[in-house]
Write a new protein. Structure first.
Length: 273
């Protein structure tokens, strides 16, 4: 019998998750289908309940529902509990939901394993303080950067987020304007500005010729953040396609108990662009 999975978000038409999980299933000999579902704000809980009632086994959650998903589930993994955001749900036949967060491990695996970017001792800037940012903070701190600085348009949110994780490593929070006269080894964009083809307003000098700039968004063409970083001389600019595949592999393992190979899937997706 075919098992059913999906990704829910808004917007969702751009999602490559159905293709990724179809490739994983073929690679691992798993009988499943996976689709993308557009959910209107305020209707997430109902959409999950409806999918569960239709026999759904699990789902991924993307913008803007990750924090709502955290509140919805009955039990959570330790990393989801810590993050305060859930991007993967396992739906139990009894009616309870289990939540996990695979974003952070996906990001770190892409940076380390696929891009050969070591984070230990680096000064890392994380842009944004929403659910996407929360999910990656602890895995980033586990890599022992010299500093993880969270910067957000609303400074208070970044400061509070840094306080929430102060026991995991050297972390600070500030507003975007406070970045003046500072530069970073790695800059990670976790804002939703890319959905509007925009870039957070950042002071000049944040990007240097040694900087690696990583956008957690992905697109068939370089994202607005990647173009912005390239124009300022960044050494490397990367999109979040590898992160997407790596976090999906972790979710697939949770659901199916099989860990797929990610590099062939990343290669296949890039060739289709």
């Amino acid at each position: 019998m075919t098992d059913h999975y999906c990704v829910m978000g808004n917007p969702i038409a751009h999602s490559k998750s159905p293709r990724i999980h179809t490739l994983f299933a073929a690679q691992c000999g798993q009988d499943l289908d996976y689709r993308a579902i557009l959910v209107e704000p305020g209707h997430f809980a109902r959409a999950v309940a409806d999918f569960h009632a239709q026999g759904g086994k699990g789902l991924n959650v993307t913008v803007p529902f990750k924090e709502e998903a955290w509140a919805l589930v009955a039990t959570r993994s330790a990393r989801a509990q810590r993050a305060g955001a859930v991007n993967t749900l396992q739906l139990d036949p009894s009616g309870s939901y289990y939540g996990d967060n695979t974003d952070g491990v996906g990001l770190v695996r892409d940076l380390k394993n696929n891009q050969n970017c070591a984070l230990a001792g680096k000064c890392v800037l994380l842009l944004g303080a929403g659910g996407a940012a929360r999910g990656v903070i602890e895995p980033l701190l586990d890599e022992q950067p010299s500093l993880l600085l969270i910067a957000n348009r609303t400074p208070g949110k970044a400061v509070q987020l840094a306080r929430d994780f102060h026991d995991s490593g050297r972390i600070e929070g500030c507003g975007l304007e406070a970045l003046a006269e500072r530069s970073f080894d790695v800059i990670i964009n976790a804002t939703a500005a890319g959905l509007r083809d925009e870039v957070p307003i950042l002071p000049p000098g944040v990007v240097q010729t040694h900087s690696w700039c990583y956008d957690m968004m992905y697109a068939d063409e370089p994202t607005a953040f990647m173009r912005w970083a390239q124009n300022r001389g960044a050494e490397r600019t990367l999109d979040g396609l590898g992160m997407l595949v790596e976090q999906a592999a972790e979710a697939f393992y949770l659901w199916r108990g099989v860990r797929p190979a990610t590099k062939p899937v990343i290669q296949s997706l890039r060739q289709r662009r």
